[in-house]
Design a binder for this molecule. Structure first.
Ligand code: IPD
Ligand code: CA
Ligand code: CA
Length: 262
């Protein structure tokens, strides 16, 4: 299954790269004017699903653009065919393909592929995380002030006052530095690779994080929700870190008097 995920991610990633600057149709999703989808997102997803269905016709699919299909199986493929659509539409080369396999409620394999750098992040439960075949480990930072953090902002921020702007301000004050790249799957892969020390986000979907979460776990990192409880891909928020700065990040998230928890 990992090989299939890698092959599908590479094929889809190449398709994305070839189509930068060639988008013909952009639609707005769910009435949210910032949440965009193009025919390239959909084309990428079709390619991935076709490859999976050829090899695993009985498995279920949960994909961002076409939703859920298939039942009566233990295995579900969780797919984001283009993570970082806004970047992609602007020709900013920070986007990825994310494919994970969930078996009996547990993510067992995951792949995040960055076609712009030809970086293939892979993980199988219990077997470690890898970048182009080289084993990954989370970073060594032990103090928040030494940490490089990353986050993302929800599309509906203007109408839905998430506290994440407050979190952003608080981390700017407490941490070494904070970034916003625009691809949640890459954010998590980069925590696994030790490029970032910590990541939080408040409004994600399962396909944004399924593969990345396994990468972080298998690279020795820690995951929780924003209050420190066990994290689920079916809840929206996530805190991922190298483990060493996790409690310090939780302290910042939960100290803010402006904090409205969801
Ligand atoms: C988005 C990206 C972004 C995150 C958003 C996601 P999309 O996914 O991962 O970094 O902040 O919450 O929805 O729409 O580009 O697949
Ligand atoms: Ca996404
Ligand atoms: Ca997407």
């Amino acid at each position: 299954m990992l090989n299939t995920a890698m092959e599908a991610a590479r094929t889809a990633g190449q398709f994305l790269r070839e189509n930068v600057g060639r988008v013909r149709s952009i639609e707005v999703k769910q009435g949210q004017e910032r949440n965009l989808v193009s025919e390239i997102d959909k084309g990428s997803e079709r390619k991935i699903i076709q490859m999976i269905k050829t090899r695993y016709p009985d498995h279920a699919i949960l994909a961002e653009e076409s939703g859920k299909s298939g039942a009566g199986t233990d295995c579900t493929w969780i797919i984001d065919p283009l993570d970082g659509t806004t970047n992609f539409l602007h020709g900013l080369p920070i986007f990825s393909v994310s494919i994970a396999v969930e078996q009996k409620g547990e993510i067992v394999a995951g792949v995040v592929y960055d076609p712009n750098r030809d970086e293939m992040f892979t993980a199988e439960r219990g077997s470690g995380a890898f970048l182009n075949g080289q084993r990954l480990a989370v970073s060594q930072a032990i103090a928040l002030i030494d940490g490089l953090l990353v986050t993302g902002f929800p599309y509906d921020l203007s109408t839905n006052p998430w506290p994440t702007i407050d979190y952003f301000t608080d981390f700017l004050i407490e941490a070494g530095a904070v970034r916003r790249l625009g691809s949640a799957a890459l954010d998590l892969a980069y925590v696994a690779a030790g490029r970032f020390d910590g990541y939080w986000e408040v409004s994600l979907a399962p396909w944004d994080m399924a593969a990345g979460i396994l990468l972080v776990q298998e690279a020795g990192g820690r995951l929780s929700n924003l209050t420190g409880e066990p994290q689920s891909i079916y809840e929206k928020s996530v805190l991922a870190s190298n483990g060493r700065i996790h409690d310090a990040m939780l302290a910042v998230l939960n100290a803010s008097p402006r904090n409205i928890r969801r």
